[in-house]
Design a protein around this ligand. Structure first.
Ligand code: ADP
Ligand code: MG
Length: 282
């Protein structure tokens, strides 16, 4: 327990200070940066004759800056983003339908997240939908937002298990903490009454409050295969598109294009290859 020796005293009356207790005090107050840096800074402050206020303010600023960095690190970990997918490694030139300045504006966060608007990215396998969603997610975490990236099928399974264990509400509350939920590959969700109605519930719960970034390789016309019935499909799409940015990425598979241009003697064939939906690697 903390000592309360100084409690209730006139704060400006002379107080007994035990310098040896400083590490303990800083730990109790959860100030690891100050604990690490105070001695070094105190020396400098003494040497340079800083006013006490400057010494104190400097330490507090350092603690706050590191606390912010630690929080971002924590949020990066909890976001479960695929590694190596950032906006700087995304080649916008190869995706003419995606506007770099629009994506950069979205990556700044702000009003679209405040009003729970969505991003829906459509396109065949390999065109960069997952990369783009993860890159945007990473940029937002670095701005201080909370993001969770998940394959839609994984999340649907988690929701389903939670419902079985009567923990759906608490999982929904947990998911509600994320400013952006990235649901990758919604088209892979199996059409199963119990499973996909939890997905619909999630979409409804976030409607106009919390944002979703959904990627799909099937157009809305084929979403009947995702939700249990027509009415639920229509209702889900209706909520998703009400406030949404829709990205259509109908270029050639980036994976195949880079594979083809790496192949010997095929430097120009990549441009002539037609994009099809038969990529086998997804
Ligand atoms: P999708 O999710 O549309 O199937 P991915 O995002 O998984 O496609 O992209 C397939 C691979 O190609 C990934 O390794 C990704 O990083 C890379 N890739 C796709 N598009 C681009 C791009 N425009 N710039 C850089 N890399 C890309
Ligand atoms: Mg993908």
């Amino acid at each position: 327990m903390m000592s309360t020796a100084n409690q209730g005293r006139d704060p400006i009356a002379p107080i007994t200070v035990d310098l040896a207790r400083l590490p303990e005090l800083l730990t109790a107050l959860r100030l690891p940066t100050i604990a690490r840096l105070w001695a070094q800074l105190a020396e400098r402050s003494d040497r340079e004759g800083w006013p006490a206020a400057r010494f104190l303010a400097t330490l507090l600023e350092l603690e706050l800056a590191e606390r912010y960095q630690r929080r971002i690190q924590r949020h990066l970990q909890e976001a479960e983003l695929p590694v190596g997918k950032s906006l700087t490694t995304f080649d916008f030139a190869s995706v003419p339908t995606v506007n770099m300045s629009q994506i950069n504006a979205l990556a700044a966060g702000g009003s679209w997240l405040d009003k729970g608007a969505n991003i829906l990215a459509f396109g065949p396998p390999g065109v960069g939908k997952s990369h783009l969603s993860a890159a945007l997610g990473r940029a937002l975490v670095e701005k201080g937002y909370r993001v969770l990236y998940t394959r839609t099928t994984d999340l649907v399974q988690r929701l389903q298990a939670a419902r079985r264990d009567l923990l759906l509400e608490s999982l929904m509350d947990k998911l509600d903490k994320y400013d952006l939920l990235i649901l990758d590959d919604i088209s892979y969700v199996r059409k199963d009454q119990a499973e996909t109605s939890v997905l619909f519930e999630l979409i409804s719960a976030r409607y106009e409050r919390r944002s979703l970034f959904i990627t799909a390789n099937k157009p809305f016309g084929q979403w009947d295969e995702i939700f249990p019935d027509k009415a639920m499909t229509v209702a889900a799409i209706d909520r998703l598109v009400h406030h949404a940015v829709i990205l259509e990425i109908n270029t050639e598979s980036y994976r195949r294009k880079t594979a083809v241009s790496r192949a010997p003697g095929s430097s120009s064939t990549s441009k002539t290859k037609k994009s099809t939906q038969d990529d086998s690697d997804e």
